[in-house]
Write a protein of this length. Structure first.
Length: 171
């Protein structure tokens, strides 16, 4: 079922990666995530150095990658992925904060959304891919589609209070 979703997402994105096509993929992912047996949660590994965990469900040779993540009640560090993305909540409630890098090199919250099962959010590639997430009232499980295998790419982690930026792999 995951392979079928990936194929259909690829067809939608063949016309280009825009907010409109990402929203269409988001609707497709929302629908697929509600199908019984769409995916089984694999063994997860730590992400962002905290209690959030993730696993890759499928990563194609061109980089198109579908992951599952379990977001803990503590907020992830503010980070980027160097890729566009579509994130859809499968269970629980997720607080998604989208950040903007200002001209002074500091990040500021652009908007915040609380997402429940079937809700999704999309973002374009850099510099529009800076965000943080957290489960609300417990862990939140999400499916996330990226244009690249982001587990192999260093990303920036931003400290909104100090302006410090560090680069690291997501583990």
């Amino acid at each position: 079922m995951v392979a079928e979703f990936m194929s259909r997402a690829r067809e939608i994105l063949a016309t280009g990666v825009t907010e409109a096509t990402l929203n269409e993929v988001g609707r497709l992912l929302s629908q697929a995530s509600r199908e019984a047996g769409f995916f089984t949660e694999p063994e997860m590994r730590s992400l962002h150095g905290g209690s959030t965990t993730s696993s890759i469900l499928q990563s194609d040779t061109d980089g198109l990658t579908l992951m599952v993540g379990r977001f803990a009640p503590e907020e992830t560090p503010v980070h980027n992925h160097h890729s566009w993305g579509v994130a859809c909540v499968v269970e629980g409630k997720d607080r998604y904060r989208h950040w903007r890098l200002d001209g002074d090199g500091r990040v500021r919250v652009l908007y915040e959304k609380d997402l429940g099962p079937g809700d999704f959010v999309v973002w374009l590639g850099p510099p529009h891919d800076i965000h943080s997430q957290q489960g609300v009232g417990g862990a939140a499980v999400e499916l996330v589609l990226f244009g690249k295998n982001v587990m192999k790419i260093e990303r920036e982690y931003y400290n909104p209070e100090t302006g410090e930026v560090r680069t690291a792999l997501p583990a």
